[in-house]
Write a protein that binds this ligand. Structure first.
Ligand code: NAD
Length: 441
């Protein structure tokens, strides 16, 4: 059992902290947000992740897990301090490392015994070296502090499962001491460990995320071509998926990738390449395709409807993917302002994302249009002139084609997630447009 502190209680930090506690370590999660800390102490998770709250309550009750804003006490005698703070995108595409720098400084001013600082946040190659130097520069006590890279691969929506059953743990270290300590911390997880140097670990994270982003953008590019030549992207993907070299995952075409990672990590790696005098053409192409893809349905619908002014528009799904309340880089954030600008009256349904969306677009009049958040799908569809599907929530997938026909004023559906068969929609008399497939006749 090790004494572990975790800086940052977002998707990465909180899930890591809770899972370390679940595996028997003594964990203190640190955040600067007092409200978040109070919420967590009362057993409530500040983020929506399946199974997380249950584990938080169980481990808090067992006293293996605690939450605080008092970083000094948490870091003072920790064996290891994991950093899981954000590294958001800056206007030029580079990663903002100011949160990492603040934590590094706080660590340097707090630690009173030898400890390993482990960077879980996604950071540009070479950052771990800088963090180690930064901590040495500000260190107050005469103790050994080393930095290791341990990038995170969890996916939002299945974060707890992905952490407890990770396909691999990447450990990037520069000393036997750091490698052995980090290996021991992960021993109770019984997962495959890949041990490399720090820079390779940092690059593994970007290379993995950007590869997946590329795979998605490639399928979206092919989908757009499918529409022009009369092929069906879902059949194409199915046919491709039997090839083990390609695999069956990440072959679904749609309205582009969102979330806090793929958009920012593609831009960050492209920036790193540029800084090193190299043009990363493949990743740049993925970024460009994704940008276009986000509004592809809006453009199609605009041609068909001429204007959205005064139309009731049903929007099903606001989050960037199902299973999360996260809206970062979600397609809804691009499309809804365009609809509002044209005077649409939007009725939006999302099982968990509406409160977060309402922070950006409060309910009521908005520009020429308006937005209303509804808690059932039928309410959104009732009397609607057009419907957009942005997130493939189970609740949305459960809506039958006939329901659109029964409830909507004009059964016109734009599906960004290809959740229906074109034939089923055709049989139900719906005018249905999706991605990479011919529309209904
Ligand atoms: P997040 O924005 O959800 O959470 C960051 C948290 O850090 C916030 O709660 C914030 O209050 C806190 N914080 C800021 N400064 C702090 C400080 N000085 N001390 C303590 N806490 C502080 O971030 P996230 O989505 O968990 O991502 C964190 C990092 O992990 C990023 O680099 C991201 O790229 C990477 N990552 C994210 C995912 C994901 O799915 N979200 C997956 C893999 C890797």
């Amino acid at each position: 059992m090790y004494k572990i502190a975790v800086a940052g209680t977002g998707y990465v930090g909180l899930v890591a902290g809770v899972c370390f506690a679940e595996k028997g370590h003594q964990v203190t999660c640190v955040d600067i947000d007092e409200k978040k800390v109070e919420l967590m102490k009362s057993g409530v998770s500040p983020i929506y992740e399946y199974g997380l709250e249950e584990l938080m309550q169980k481990n808090y009750a067992s006293t293996r897990l605690d939450y605080t804003t008092d970083y000094q006490t948490a870091y003072r005698d920790a064996d290891a301090i994991f950093i899981g703070v954000g590294t958001p995108e800056q206007p030029d595409g580079s990663a903002n490392l100011s949160y990492i720098a603040t934590v590094a400084r706080q660590i340097a001013e707090s630690v009173e015994k030898d400890c390993l600082v482990v960077v879980k946040s996604t950071v540009p190659v070479g950052t771990n070296d800088k963090v180690e130097q930064f901590i040495q520069d500000f260190l107050i006590n005469d103790v050994k502090v080393e930095v290791a890279s341990n990038p995170e691969f969890l996916a939002q929506g299945s974060a707890v499962h992905d952490t407890l059953h990770a396909e691999r743990i990447i450990i990037g270290t520069e000393s036997k001491w750091a490698e052995e300590l980090l290996t021991k911390i992960y021993e109770p997880f019984n997962l495959p460990i890949v041990s490399v140097n720090r820079r390779s670990a940092e690059m593994i994270k970007y290379a993995s995320n950007d590869f997946l982003a590329l795979k998605i953008s490639y399928m979206n590019d092919i989908a757009n071509l499918c529409e022009l030549v009369g092929a069906d992207i879902q059949d194409v993907a199915r046919g491709m998926s039997f090839d083990e070299r390609i695999g069956s995952k990440f072959l679904s075409a749609g309205i582009g990738f969102g979330g806090s990672c793929f958009p920012k990590d593609t831009k960050a790696l492209e920036y790193i390449a540029r800084q090193n005098g190299y043009e990363l053409k493949t990743v740049k192409a993925a970024i460009d395709v994704n940008k276009e893809q986000k509004t592809i349905l809006f453009k199609k619908a605009s041609k068909r409807l001429i204007t959205f002014n005064g139309l009731k528009v049903a929007v099903l799904g606001l989050t960037f993917k199902p299973g999360t309340d996260d809206l970062r880089e979600a397609a809804s954030l691009e499309n809804i302002p365009l609809l509002l600008k044209q005077g649409a009256d939007i009725y939006a349904y999302d099982p968990v994302g509406s409160p977060n969306f309402a922070k950006v677009h409060p309910e009521g009049k908005d520009g020429k249009g308006s937005i209303t958040y509804v808690s059932n799908i039928e309410h959104a569809l009732d009397g609607a002139n057009v419907c957009f599907i942005f997130t493939e929530w189970g609740e949305v997938k459960a809506v039958t084609p006939e329901t659109y026909g029964k409830l909507m004023r004009t059964p016109l559906v734009y599906d960004g997630r290809n959740i229906y068969s074109v034939k089923d929609m055709e049989d139900a008399g719906i005018e249905y447009h999706s991605i990479g497939r011919e529309p209904t006749k």
